[in-house]
Design a binder for this molecule. Structure first.
Ligand code: FES
Length: 132
């Protein structure tokens, strides 16, 4: 879904707030960049639409509160700041090897607000420290 793209004071209009139900995951495009938009208990969240593990389609994931689970290998990220809750559901040597090749990294999340019945995207939030 493509927003109007209007810019106001550094914020960009992404999508009509009425099409994003509480807990619903919606993909939108902002200036060619695909993002995931959701609302949890009235608070909007916007993140990259692709998983930082191997690019899984996060709008097809599952949301539990603010914790998003990727549909591919079930990594989990908290949408409040993008921190990794779980890096894949792999175990044992496969997990060790995969983390050596591709160590856990946070999901990019952005400031978001609802104004004039639209959801707006702001700057990228400061990423949380990476735990290795
Ligand atoms: S691509 Fe998302 S967990 Fe692997």
């Amino acid at each position: 879904m493509r927003g109007s793209g209007s810019h106001v004071d550094g914020w960009i209009d992404v999508i009509d707030a009425s099409v994003v139900g509480d807990g619903q995951l919606v993909e939108a495009e902002v200036e060619g960049h695909h993002v995931l938009v959701t609302v949890v208990d009235g608070t909007p969240y916007i993140a990259d639409a692709h998983c930082p593990h191997m690019g899984g389609p996060l709008p097809k994931g599952k949301l539990d509160g603010t914790v998003l689970t990727c549909p591919w290998h079930h990594s989990q990220f908290d949408l409040t700041d993008g921190h990794v809750v779980r890096w894949t559901d792999w175990t044992g040597p496969v997990k060790t090897m995969s983390e050596f090749v591709r160590h856990p990294r946070p999901l990019r999340v952005y400031e978001a607000k609802i104004e004039h019945e639209r959801i707006w995207i702001g700057p990228q939030k400061e990423p949380p420290p990476v735990v290795t």
